[in-house]
Design a protein around this ligand. Structure first.
Ligand code: FRU
Length: 723
């Protein structure tokens, strides 16, 4: 409790007379400094930042300063943000258990701070709240519990050792007290705790859209994990489970840059021994694709490191494990026996001091050219970009397909900032490896080619330019036989938007013959990649299918496409790529609605009226009326084919889809996230995402302007891959 005696004590404290202070009764607060005088009194002041005397509020050029006590305060904005200085109090004896103060301005540890110094070392420190532009000049209460250093001689110092935005600090009303201070709960402070890792998983509670916090976990003084996360102060939308199994039995230091004082985020550190999801009915969310891969939790973008290894397909993916928006890039990891049913097995690559883990490819080093394998155990090797920091290309490998080790240092030095997305393939005739890497150079996209004998030492050999958005990001490069081409083979170089070039490759230089060919005709299909080492010798692709599923506190966002097989086929226009869904998807068929061949006339009743399916496969071969239209209804959405224009239109997407000998063929997959149509013998891949279509499982087919002759129509209700 504060009494009138404090005015007197202020003077006593300034004069630093411990005997007088010690005569005070326990309940009385001691105002050590209130900065109400005409000058700084006994404080030693160095540098220009603090001026010659306490400020009376804002200084010239400063936002309104509020929250200080009385009429004076310490304000290091004298001379603006760039001025620096230090103020030191005289020594005093720590006699009361708490020191309280008001502090504002910059939030830079050690740079804009108030320190309590004992034996020449700061033993307590506090900063203002601001590190980025915006914010407020308001001083907020702060306090230290100094019970453990009672009896020590100490002094205070106020430091402004920062320039630029928020390069100043303000301090006022320093009080020694017996009363445990109660700080306003809305206030934010740095948070730090040390806990013993007794479990394998630590709960990180997330509230989508909450303020972003920077979290760091260190073990034995070494930073192990760091990320930004929208922490839930109260009830979380979902929990991101951090794997802490590597540090079991050790002390883990957890730091959060700022946390509300009343935040419950780490009130009880929830650790779990066993799988926190055991028994949970996962993947059942309303917006969760039921046969499209999505991350169990968090954000997903590009497929990475697609490879078949040790009897499993591996799908790595750009993953933010801690939030449903892009950020904190890790490589998530899922495995499948059949390209269809996926099981997530934890993150494979975490950000490290070289950077966050951007996209790249994977391969099996069968002949152990890298020496990273063991007899009879070839390594699976991943190439990634250490992004946002070093922009180098890194290599990680594994012998068991679960735990990955990074080679230090990364294997390819930076070409230019932002260079990324290494994909590595084997060029057997040259007996070397080839890396394609996206590089922004001379103001445009280029694909840089490099070669290596051993996956570790890389030599740049050539580059291909991409004009007008062509070959932007995520290059993919492979050779395919031309169907019916008598053993003829061609090379395909593809960019993230699926536009591709066809040409020849001598192991060092790619020579395009046809270029900027469209690879997909729908929307939001991106950054596709193909599997290395595919056991059936196919070229199988999966792409990121941008399907926003981050509504209503969702624990996950985005999805992949279905896997599809790529082929090169001859067309009247030249050799082109075709895409068809892989045959393994047929294992999802739960219910068949066969319609066989039939004629559909304008007044025919809807043949599909009785079919109600949520997850659908349609296979159709038909001769549409030459001047008419055929319209399917799938999940309540019209999918129309206009035979005169030879064009599909679906939800605003219009795509020319040529008839073949007067006949239209297509396969259509419908999930909760959208439709994928493979039409015109695979020449038209038309992904159409739904942005939150209402549930409507009705189906139909009708014709206008003539008669449609169906050669065959099969409709299948599909099973979820998650059950
Ligand atoms: C493509 C991309 C890549 C990059 C990754 C980062 O979607 O921008 O170029 O590696 O995403 O998540």
């Amino acid at each position: 409790m504060k009494t009138h005696v404090t005015a007197l004590c202020t003077v006593a404290a300034f004069l630093c007379l411990p005997p007088l202070v010690s005569r005070l009764s326990a309940a009385e607060d001691v105002v050590f400094a209130d900065f109400e005088g005409p000058d700084y009194g006994p404080w030693l002041v160095g540098g220009a930042a603090f001026g010659k005397a306490p400020a009376k509020g804002a200084l010239p050029g400063q936002m309104a300063v509020e929250g200080f006590a009385g009429t004076g305060l310490v304000n290091s904005f004298a001379g603006g943000d760039n001025s620096r200085g230090t103020m030191s109090s005289s020594d005093f004896l720590i006699q009361k258990p708490y020191i309280t103060f008001l502090i504002g301005g910059g939030g830079f540890a050690g740079k804009t701070c108030l320190n309590l110094v004992v034996d020449g070392k700061p033993v307590r420190t506090a900063t203002g709240p601001n590190t980025v532009s915006g914010g407020s000049e308001r001083l907020e209460p702060g306090s230290w519990d100094v019970t453990d250093i009672k009896g020590k001689t100490a002094h205070l110092e106020i430091i402004d050792d920062a320039e630029g935005s928020w390069g100043h600090v303000s301090v006022d009303q320093i009080v020694f007290t017996d009363t445990k201070p109660v700080l306003p709960l809305h206030m934010e402070r740095p948070f730090q705790t040390t806990f013993s890792a007794t479990g394998n998983w630590l709960a990180l509670p997330v509230k989508n859209g909450a303020a972003k916090r920077n979290v760091e976990l260190s073990v034995g003084g070494e930073r192990k994990r760091w990320f930004s996360i929208e922490l839930a102060d109260e009830k979380p939308d979902w929990v991101s489970w951090l794997d802490i199994s590597a540090w079991r039995g050790q002390q883990v230091e957890l730091k959060v840059d700022r946390l509300r004082l009343d935040s419950k985020a780490f009130e009880k550190l929830d650790q779990r021994e066993g799988d926190p999801d055991a028994g949970a009915d996962l993947y059942q969310e309303h917006n969760r694709g039921q046969f499209h891969f999505s991350a169990r939790r968090g954000w997903l973008n590009d497929p990475n490191g697609l490879v078949f290894f040790n009897g499993e397909y591996h799908l790595f993916f750009q993953h933010n494990p801690y939030g449903v928006q892009w950020g904190n890039m890790h490589w998530g990891h899922a495995v499948s026996p059949d390209l269809v049913h996926w099981k997530e097995v934890g993150n494979a690559l975490y950000p490290d001091p070289h950077g966050t883990m951007f996209s790249g490819g994977g391969l099996v080093d069968t002949a152990n050219t890298s020496g990273l394998g063991q007899p009879g155990k070839p390594p699976v090797v991943l190439f990634y970009t250490a992004a946002e920091t070093s922009w180098e290309q890194g290599l990680a490998w594994s012998l068991d397909g679960r735990t990955f080790t990074k080679l230090e240092p990364p294997v390819v030095k930076k070409f230019t900032d932002g260079n990324r997305d290494p994909k590595v393939i084997r060029h057997e005739p040259s007996k070397h490896w080839v890396m394609v890497l996206w590089v922004e150079r001379d103001g445009g996209s280029q694909v840089q080619f490099l070669t290596s004998p051993n996956l570790k030492d890389w030599t740049p050999v050539s580059a291909v330019k991409g004009e007008k958005g062509f070959l932007f990001e995520c290059p993919e490069f492979f050779e395919l036989p031309v169907e019916g081409g008598n053993g003829e083979k061609k090379w395909v170089l593809q960019g993230a938007n699926s536009e591709y070039a066809i040409g020849t490759f001598d192991g060092r230089t790619f020579t395009p013959e046809a270029t900027k060919l469209p690879g997909q005709f729908g929307r939001e299909y991106y950054a596709a990649q193909t599997f290395s080492n595919e056991p059936k010798g196919r070229r199988v692709e999966i792409g990121w299918w941008r399907t926003a599923t981050d509504r209503d506190g969702s624990a996950f966002n985005q999805s992949m496409s279905v896997p599809m097989e790529l082929k090169l086929v001859k067309t009247p226009d030249g050799i082109r790529m075709s895409r068809q869904p892989v045959e393994e998807l047929q294992s999802l068929r739960a219910k068949q609605h066969p319609f066989g061949g039939f004629k559909l006339e304008e007044n025919t009743a809807n043949p599909l009226a009785a079919v109600q399916e949520e997850l659908v496969e349609i296979r159709a071969d038909l001769v549409p009326p030459p001047q008419g239209t055929v319209t399917f209804i799938v999940r309540g959405l019209p999918v129309m084919y206009d035979a005169a224009k030879q064009e599909f239109s679906v939800d605003g997407v219009r795509v020319p889809a040529p008839l073949h000998e007067g006949q239209l063929d297509f396969t259509l997959y419908a999930d909760r996230t959208g439709l994928e149509i493979f039409a015109s013998r695979g020449h038209r891949f038309i992904p159409v995402n739904f942005n939150f279509k209402p549930d409507d499982f009705s189906m139909g087919v009708s014709v206008k302007g003539g008669v449609a002759e169906f050669k065959n129509l099969d409709v299948y209700g599909l099973k979820s891959i998650w059950r």
